[in-house]
Design a protein around this ligand. Sequence first.
Ligand code: AHM
Ligand code: MG
Length: 332
Amino acid sequence: MAVTLQTYLADAAEPGLAGLLNAMVDACAAISTLVRRGAVDEIMGALESENVQGEVQKKLDVISNDILLESCAKAPALAAMASEEMDSIHPVRPVTAEARYLLLFDPLDGSSNIDVNVSIGTIFSVLPVTADAAREATEADFLQPGRNQVAAGYVVYGPQTTLVFTLGDGTTVFTLDPVTGEWLQTAEKVQVPAETKEFAINASNMRHWAPPVRAYIEDCLAGETGCRGKNFNMRWIASMVADVHRIAMRGGVFLYPWDAREPDRAGKLRLMYEANPMAMVMEQAGGASYDGFGPTLDAKPTGLHQRVSVMLGSAAEVERLQKAHEAALQPA
Ligand code: AHM
Ligand code: MG
């Protein structure tokens, strides 16, 4: 008999955290149902609004955000939330010894794929918060390095609805049974192969990449007669959750690096609710994540919606990218 998520969490997490994660996956199950109904419920398409980052919001982005806010607020251990779709933090109750977690999420990542029926997902991160006396959480409470995360993961809404997460002791996988509505464990202790022959990057940006990224991809493209001595395959779903899930299951490397289109922007993806949770999932599965300066999880956040360069997946490839970046920084 497969282990249910409730049983797993009752054993692996303290009750407050288990309650929060159960509330969050309830929301994800509801989002999964909505995603499947899609056009039937007339919830596809864009709104007239933009989010704080100037991106057009899709109806499902906003609905998913509301579902997560409502469900997670019921968890007594939650003090405040932050989301890609909201300018500022959303306090729920004062920080106390009981209400001692902060939740961050990207409610529906890969929104450009919603209208074309391609996999999308929810990404989440849980951080601890403390207070000497009861007080409202502030944005400063959220600005902790990813290393502090007590739980992190994602749900992919694809042919199956799959939850992949870590509590800091390995990465585990649960699949939503669409008939019973129960999450059942379908893999434990995920191991991302250290070596790979597959990379994921939006190659249309090649002319804008920094030299170390361009050289890395050119070496992959050179195939078995090049310095890598093997042929590489390329995949790009334009849905981070789907690309990262493939890498978690069979290895590979995912890159959304800094590029010269917007030189003052560190990258496209967001540190707090995209890069950090994925980095923890990868590290806990034997993979790695690098932001161009060091491990993603060690980056000190300066803003809730801060962007970052992302290179993650199979450890040997991430190390190779790191060495290429470090070499580029050496004086000639
Ligand atoms: P979103 O949060 O607005 O959906 O943007 C993030 C997505 C990632 O899921 C994906 O890896 C990337 O943006 C794709 O970007 P591009 O369209 O530039 O290839
Ligand atoms: Mg996103």
